[in-house]
Write a protein that binds this ligand. Structure first.
Ligand code: GUN
Ligand code: ZN
Length: 437
């Protein structure tokens, strides 16, 4: 029998969060001499290497000691057409959109440019250890299709959709609601459920969507069960004031989406930096998830996310890099920034390494309604993983050499780890990225 038929047993220090560490103090599991056995892309066993090897002696071991196995990262908020505008400084959201992000997004009408950007984008996801991403596509069907094609070729899991807007941006980014309906329906037929791809209905935000456009979103969700939903919510005070002016009948920002039944399990709203208590409670009641984007919230000066209020109310919160308002593709860095900003926030949550790993992996799977399939190494789940090994001579290697304590090791990975530590990334057991070195 071939080795892939028998499966593979990876041996390394292994971390995962099969339970929510915000609700369970045994949420984080760590096996310092760990084993992860998978066959046909699915996890068969995860735990102490010696026990798994004894139970499955016929399965060949791949010795990865010296490094760390984590579930693949789940990035729940990122914009594909903003790859080239990462690093813009000095503006708040609405100015940044007008002068930095949207001019670049308008370039996605050019098929060759969109295709090249899509390939660079999915390569960057994989190179940073992200195996699943919920992605804002382009305002154009062709460019959004290029992203799905690139993701399919790469083997990554990708949930995305064409971005819908019919006002307040640049005219070339606006669609008529009827065209938005036709193009979205066509993309759903082509890509939703194809391999590892899923579709998400994606109105940019309430500010750029008329009631007719929000109604189209409602119709698309009703007509296509299983399709996900994503948008922005309560990111910036100026944005919130404009939304209140545009929708005078709405009690608050969330109520605009609620009016059109846009929310629920599988719906992810990004940011929510400035919610009322009522909005937080309603998000929890409807099982709508929030993508927390701490690098972006700091870079665009949006504010400090009230994570504690969300957790206390029972809202699922996961992490998003928000490229290009954020600062890059690294989910390790996003975890560090979440930790740092909670240290500064009034009533901030003191996050531990287990919380951070959960936010970067299993919480994202829950937000996307994929927690039966991915997010940790429980048997039966897909073997989506990232293998981290600190470069020799690096500060990260120096810290790890000094400690065997799992919490300190994981904390060091979040603090000092980046793409240079990502050695291999697999989805359903198959490599989607290997570092050149
Ligand atoms: N709100 C509407 N569009 C965007 C965007 O592209 N980035 C961020 N951070 N917020 C938005
Ligand atoms: Zn965004």
């Amino acid at each position: 029998m071939s080795s892939s038929g028998r499966g593979e047993l990876l041996r390394a220090h292994l971390f995962h969060t099969p339970r929510n560490p915000f609700r369970n103090d045994k949420g984080l599991e760590s096996y310092s001499d760990g084993g992860l056995l998978f066959r046909d892309g699915k996890v068969v066993a995860c735990g102490d290497y010696a026990e798994i090897h004894a139970a499955y002696p016929e399965v060949p071991t791949i010795d990865l000691r010296g490094g760390f196995l984590l579930p693949g990262f789940v990035d729940t908020h990122i914009h594909f057409p903003q790859l080239h505008v990462l690093g813009g400084m000095g503006r708040q959201l609405l100015d940044w959109l007008e002068y930095v992000a949207l001019p670049e997004e308008a370039r996605m009408t050019e098929p060759a440019y969109a295709c090249q950007t899509a390939h660079a984008f999915v390569n960057a996801l994989a190179a940073h250890g992200t195996t699943t991403a919920l992605v804002f596509g382009a305002h154009f069907a062709g460019a959004t299709a290029s992203l799905f094609d690139a993701a399919e070729k790469s083997g990554l899991r990708l949930v995305s959709g064409m971005v819908l807007s019919d006002r307040r941006l640049r005219p070339e980014l606006h669609q008529l609601p009827a065209d938005a309906y036709r193009d979205s329906t066509d993309l759903i037929r082509r890509f939703h459920g194809k391999g590892r791809l899923l579709y998400a209905v994606t109105p940019r935000f309430a500010l750029s969507a008329s009631e007719a456009m929000l109604e189209v979103c409602q119709t698309l969700l009703r007509e296509n069960p299983g399709v996900r939903f994503q948008t922005h919510l309560n990111e910036n005070r100026q944005e919130i004031a404009e939304v209140a002016r545009l929708f005078p009948w709405a009690s608050d920002y969330l109520n605009v989406y609620e009016r059109f039944q846009l929310g629920g399990r599988g719906a992810v709203m990004a940011h929510n930096v400035h919610p009322s208590d009522s909005e937080v409670e309603r998000l929890a009641a409807s099982s709508t998830a929030i993508s927390h984007c701490p690098c972006s919230n700091a870079a665009l000066g949006s504010g400090l996310f009230p994570l504690g209020r969300h957790i206390a109310a029972g809202v699922t919160c996961a992490l998003g890099t928000d490229v290009g308002g954020g600062t890059g593709f690294g989910m390790l860095k996003e975890c560090l920034q979440a930790y740092l900003l909670q240290r500064l926030a009034p009533d901030g949550v003191l996050l531990n390494p287990g919380h951070l790993l959960y936010l970067a992996t299993r919480a994202g799977a829950e937000a996307l309604g994929l927690d039966e399939e991915i997010g940790d190494f429980s048997p039966g789940k897909a073997a989506d993983l990232v293998y981290l090994r600190p470069p020799r001579g690096s500060p990260l290697a120096a810290v790890i050499e000094q400690t065997g304590d799992p919490d300190r090791i994981l904390a060091a990975l979040f603090t000092l780890g980046g793409a240079e530590s990502v050695r291999e990334v697999r989805v359903e057991g198959a490599a989607v990225y290997r570092s050149p070195a």
